[in-house]
Design a protein around this ligand. Sequence first.
Ligand SMILES: NC(=O)c1ccc[n+]([C@@H]2O[C@H](COP(=O)([O-])OP(=O)(O)OC[C@H]3O[C@@H](n4cnc5c(N)ncnc54)[C@H](O)[C@@H]3O)[C@@H](O)[C@H]2O)c1
Length: 493
Amino acid sequence: MAHGVKKAAAIGGGVIGGGWVARFLLNGIDVAVYDPHPEAKRIMSEILANAERAYAKMLLPPLGEMGTLTFHDTIADAVKDADYIQESVPERLDIKHKVFAEIEATAKKGALIGSSTSGYKPSELQDGAKHPERIFVAHPFNPVYLLPLVELVRTEKNDPKALDRAAAFLTEVGMKPLHVRKEIDAHIADRFLEAVWREGLWLIKDGIATTEEIDDAIRFGFGLRWAQMGLFETYRVAGGEAGMRHFIAQFGPCLSWPWTKLMDVPELTDELVEMIATQSDEQSGKYTIRELERIRDDNLVGILQALKANDWGAGQSLKEMENRFYAKAHAGSAKTEIEDGKPLQLYSTQVRGDWVDYNGHMTEFRYLQVLADGTDAFLIFIGMDETYRKRGLSIYTVETHIRHVRECKAGEKLTLYTRLLGKDEKRLRILHEVLNEAGDVVCTGEHMLLHVNTEEARACPMESPVTDRVETIARAHGGIGTPEFAGRPIRTI
Ligand SMILES: NC(=O)c1ccc[n+]([C@@H]2O[C@H](COP(=O)([O-])OP(=O)(O)OC[C@H]3O[C@@H](n4cnc5c(N)ncnc54)[C@H](O)[C@@H]3O)[C@@H](O)[C@H]2O)c1
């Protein structure tokens, strides 16, 4: 669905607002921010630095151009040309109402206005608004730039089509919108969190477990299980071959046993708060919050990458986001002209800070990554796009010869020149020459590519439109000649 969102605004740029801003910017969306905090810019730049670091680790394709970030002195100024506005001010209804009144006064007519509220119902947020139909709940999870889930909650006053537009936009920035059928306090996910939180408070108050033991009970066991299957599918599996009914029959009686204290909540006395705070200091006080965030992000990146490799759950959202980054990175290459006697110039990149190793220059495997990205650009150029791949056809690299010629420093711009050295009906032999800004060759990569039927896992002849493009390139590149190093085995000594 076309969502029409070109520009976003963020009202409130704390933990959650900052996370939204980072997600939008990294997905190429311009964001205008209003936050009266005197240090809003510093806080935002720190969140953004962590988000960029996490994306650089998480996404294999080039990150592409980021959106532009602007700070504004008034809500009116920040929202005036935004198509999507995300409110993330403190969880107090009076503050939220005041902010919505200011947003409504200048926002564009069709602007979508989402609230990050953890607990308020959309009808409570819409109360007293001039245009209640524009306001809905878009409840994310911290860190917003990594976790895909966003709960969308509306009332009868909202136009469902507007929520569909919001969902389309949020999907495009890598999120998984979940439409909540009926508004309730705390939506769906925070209900669970609240239940687990209350049990945690009881376990500490009754001296049964410390904060660390409770966290261990989650993170070494069911937390990992929940991360990839949720509750019901997990229990279905737990029921074994006899399935869900057997599971419920087996554990159903527990519902009347004292397995939970959920009907009652311990009073948060000063003594209990102190006990929790002390235990938490003992458990985690040796790390700063920023360090803990980086440890958390690294763990999440690992889990998300693993889920992507298995094409499962949150990994599917990441895979789709990666595909969009690839398509964006190589969109320009498809328009390049094929010129007689000249290599193709389809891909350029910049050496990122985290590609540099202890020697102070680009580490070995990044040379291959640059060459592989160049091969991807070449494959898109010859018509091997998503539509072609959906036919069960692809191209695999089966042999590579890299010559590391020069060092590359962080920040250097690299441009790839690609030529077709040879072909038959199933194979392509290509050569990339990678040049720095001074025009020096920093490396060359010679690759043998094999056209395959992915379902049958065997080589097969190329098909149209790839065959036609390859034919045209072969004619144009026929006269360039083959450099003396091409086809050479590694030298003997
Ligand atoms: N922290 C979480 O884990 C979490 C998760 C999901 C949703 N939320 C929700 O997100 C919202 C924000 O929570 P947070 O954790 O980011 O809080 P926070 O305190 O980190 O950030 C709130 C920000 O709002 C700014 N602010 C205060 N008054 C403002 C105003 N009038 N206009 C614009 N900005 C204003 C503050 O300066 C601050 O930077 C809340 O509604 C909360 O329930 C929080």
